[in-house]
Design a protein around this ligand. Structure first.
Ligand code: BTN
Length: 262
């Protein structure tokens, strides 16, 4: 079996430097079907909070709503983290948004300061830079071990210089933004930013809602959500997308596909 190129020693050095709790145990593989599957099976077998799975490449990487997540070997950060949280059930809807905010914050540490205003989150699970997708989040859950587990899967385009034809207009990568970055450093940053926000989630979810509003790429924009048109108006305390409908009514959406129309 080929060994992963992910530099564990470098990640562990960065992890100590940042005082990380997440990222332990760390399981790295060269090739897997999906790191979310690896993390879900491990969670079922009792893997602890913070267990993190990284692969150089996936054969069946998946996104929301049955979409595929495709990347070339070692060109993306492909990771899934097992989380066992004591949260009120209504807060779980915020979890993918918290992960998106963590990725946004980690990217903001790496990108030049003038790009900060254009690093946006797009409800529910994308991170964009200058209107192009750079990262996606897929949260899935399983019952197992002492506390129910949620797996947060994160894919970030890191080193890709050439994206598939069909993604060239809509996606980007750190390399295309001229920001060279190793996956080890990015993972340490994402986990540090995630840890900070998970701490807030249980007792100060209002700060998550306002951070989302501050970086919300849809806010005030005309969108179509599963066929219904309206203006996006932030998220509520359960992580639902608030929509001002053309009829003047409001609608709070839990899960959907959003298309921008302006
Ligand atoms: C999306 O954009 O719809 C979410 C994409 C999530 C992709 C990541 S890559 C690591 C983890 N493993 C998967 O199979 N999916 C997530």
């Amino acid at each position: 079996m080929t060994e992963s190129c992910f530099d564990r020693a470098e990640f562990e050095r960065l992890s100590r430097q940042r005082g990380l709790g997440l990222g332990r145990p760390l399981v790295t593989t060269a090739l897997t079907a999906s790191t979310n599957d690896d993390a879900l099976s491990a969670a079922k077998a009792g893997a602890p909070h913070g267990a993190t799975f990284v692969a150089d490449q996936q054969t069946h990487g998946r996104g929301r709503r049955g979409r595929r997540w495709v990347s070339h070997p070692e060109e993306a950060l492909l990771t899934s983290i097992v989380l066992r949280l004591e949260l009120e059930p209504v807060r779980f809807g915020l979890l993918p948004l918290v992960a998106g905010l963590a990725v946004r914050a980690a990217l903001s540490e790496l990108l030049p300061a003038e790009l900060d205003p254009v690093i946006r989150v797009k409800w529910p699970n994308d991170v964009w830079v200058s209107q192009k997708k750079i990262a996606g989040v897929l949260a899935e859950s399983r019952i197992g071990g002492s506390r129910p587990a949620v797996v947060v899967g994160i894919g970030v385009n890191v080193a890709s210089r050439e994206l598939p034809e069909e993604l060239r207009e809509t996606a980007t990568s750190l390399a295309l933004l001229d920001v060279p970055c190793k996956r080890e450093r990015l993972l340490a940053g994402v986990l540090a930013c995630l840890e900070l926000r998970l701490g807030l989630l249980s007792h100060d979810s209002g700060s998550i809602v306002s951070e989302f509003r501050q970086h919300d790429g849809l806010l005030g924009r005309r969108v179509r959500v599963d066929g219904t048109g309206g203006i996006a108006d932030g998220i509520d305390h359960e992580g639902r997308l608030c929509l001002r409908l053309d009829s003047g009514e409001r609608s709070d959406i839990r899960t959907a596909s959003v298309e921008l129309q302006d």
